[in-house]
Design a protein around this ligand. Structure first.
Ligand SMILES: [Mn+2]
Length: 378
């Protein structure tokens, strides 16, 4: 008895506002499903964040519908729970997965917290934020009790657990019932397999790279899904890799090597099938930011989908002796401290915040921050 465990496909995520990235997420999802069908599994568990948004675009819904129909054609059942991305945080709100119920999707929800597949219990609870942890703990009592009636038991979750993300968890290890054979988790985008309870606790990770800080795990552990043989005493987990079609490259360049490193990057990029996303850091020299920015872009822009550059020239460190003490003011000190951004808007933001905060004008602060955020990130 084998099943595929997949999570965090984030269909509809248009990273950096680029439609090619949205297509990348669709593409890798389709290839994961093809491989799942190829592996002739009995069923699939999707552990949440199937969609990137609780109100997915018609295209995202369509892509999922097509893949679900392929699985149905192959006689493979699909069980799913909602993650934080595909949940509207409102009582009794329905996740978009519900639209696929009539196509056979088995949605694990507060209304239907568990299913059985032959002698296997498959139960769980959708994502709960930390203040609502008691919902989970209550559900665990019921699930753990019901699961006892089955030979094999799977708990499906979309949560952060303290052991794996110590700064942003909702659940602690001690909250999780011990009597399951497999804990099919989603939410952490890296790949994790651990011993827990009567078996294994696993995060298959996201199917694409959603953030820069996931690149390291991707390079080390790959991306894809897990194929689990639950018939063994301890579930056997096979890591199946499905490579995203586009590479993400992180390169730290010491300024004196700029030319040399750019040519070796060019060479590397020419060997790739798709234009990569490039994360460049240049530091270690007294250089002019806009010159380096221009150089990088003129050399690499055509070869890449997107370049994220972080240019850090050596700061001109001022000692107390060289500082003109007569002109010292809080605003000047603030701007001095922000010199590495070299951005007047950021200087103004800081001065504005300092001014309003020191007068306790919280409403004004909120307005200022909101306006700044809108201009820069919307
Ligand atoms: Mn996610």
């Amino acid at each position: 008895m084998k099943f595929a465990h997949i999570a965090d496909s984030h269909l509809g995520f248009r990273q950096y506002g680029l439609y090619q990235r949205e297509e990348d997420f669709f593409d890798v999802f389709r290839r994961n499903i093809d491989k799942i069908i190829n592996k002739k599994v009995d069923f699939v568990i999707h552990s949440g964040d199937l969609f990137h948004m609780p109100k997915p675009s018609p295209k995202s819904l369509l892509v999922f519908q097509e893949e679900l129909l392929k699985l149905r054609e192959a006689d493979i059942d699909v069980f799913a729970i909602a993650g934080n991305h595909d949940t509207v945080m409102r009582k009794d709100a329905l996740p978009p997965q519900i639209l696929s119920k009539n196509l056979g999707l088995k949605l694990i929800s507060p209304k239907n917290p568990y299913y059985s597949y032959e002698d296997i219990f498959i139960g769980g609870f959708p994502y709960q934020s930390k203040p609502y942890k008691s919902n989970l703990v209550d559900a665990f009592k019921l699930l753990s009790q019901e699961a006892e009636k089955y030979e094999k038991r799977i708990l499906v979750l979309h949560q952060g657990i303290d052991k794996y993300i110590p700064f942003a968890f909702e659940l602690e290890m001690a909250d999780i019932p011990q009597n399951f054979n497999y804990y099919a988790c989603g939410h952490v985008h890296g790949r994790i397999v651990d011993d827990f309870g009567n078996g294994k606790l696993a995060y298959p990770g996201s199917t694409e790279v959603c953030r820069r800080n996931e690149i390291k795990d991707y390079q080390k552990n790959g991306k894809g899904f897990y194929m689990v043989d639950i018939s063994k005493d301890i579930p056997e987990i096979e890591k199946i890799d499905v490579k995203p079609r586009r590479e993400s490259i992180i390169k730290d360049i010491a300024y004196p090597n700029l030319n040399q490193d750019i040519s070796s990057l060019k060479e590397k990029i020419r060997s790739l099938d798709e234009k990569p996303i490039l994360h460049l850091t240049v530091e270690g020299g007294n250089f002019n930011r806009s010159d380096v920015f221009e150089k990088i872009n003129s050399e690499l822009d055509d070869l890449t989908l997107s370049i994220k550059s972080d240019l850090k020239p050596k700061p001109l460190i001022k000692t107390a002796e060289t500082l003109d003490l007569s002109t010292l003011s809080p605003n000047k000190l603030l701007i001095n401290g922000l010199s590495e951004y070299d951005n007047e808007d950021i200087d103004n933001l800081a001065i504005n915040l300092l001014d309003n905060l020191s007068k306790d004008k919280i409403d004004d602060v909120e307005r200022v921050v909101e306006r700044f955020y809108k201009e820069y990130f919307d």
